[in-house]
Design a protein around this ligand. Sequence first.
Ligand code: DGL
Length: 277
Amino acid sequence: MSSAKLMGMQNKINASALPIGVFDSGVGGISVLKHIRDLMPHENLIYVADSRHAPYGNQTPEFIQERSFWLAEFLLRQGVKALVVACNTATAAAVAGLRERYPDLTIIGMEPAVKPAVAATKTGVVGVLATIGTLKSAQFAALLEHYGQGVEVVTQACVGLVECVEKGALTSSSTKALLKQYVQPLLDAKADTIVLGCTHYPFVRTLIEELVGKDVVLIDTGAAVAKHLKNSLQENQLLRASDEVGGVSFWSNNEGADTQGVISALWGDQVSVAHMI
Ligand code: DGL
């Protein structure tokens, strides 16, 4: 084997040991991080919650793009080998710009799971719960154009729900009341399949299930994102070859609130959270 080829292989092996960077407007992307951890327990993971700027859903695409570039730079300075935009809103606003800026980096984004929902519906009515930013985006319009033909897709923006999850209010009566208001129009329209189109929403899945009953299927994109990430790492020979369980570190710029407590509760284990500016 030539020494250049050997060096190339060596670089790949070294790169595969680097962490995966995951970011969201706040703590919601932890729902995706959990799927990544379950599927690839040997990977080192860094999670960044931009909670001081959450929710992104009501912000302009320019603002979200600026924040996404900032977060990507922050993670790249920590030497990540891949970037996961664990946020539907940021993916719509910024993933194209990120791919343009970092053409050699593995970047995984996400979008509401309209395609599987359309395949699953029996009533021919699909509901989508998401942020205003996602629902207003050109990417979402293209998604509907592509996969939403032949069924009725009823969308519902869930203003205020991200804030409930950011506070860790996953089961409170006010969160339930807010959700009832958002879910009812979908039920009235006879939706039998509802897409959780924001990474914060899986954390209130139990409440949603209580409200919609067992005949309505809820679809979340987290597992598909983790699978897509694994395939991309595999293709680029970037999967970590180790039997050791990887480390997970958390960063947040939240101020005042019980960030550590909320993140630990959502992650399902006591963790310490580093503060970023
Ligand atoms: N968790 C995000 C998403 O998936 C963004 C929520 C927000 O900050 O509005 O869309």
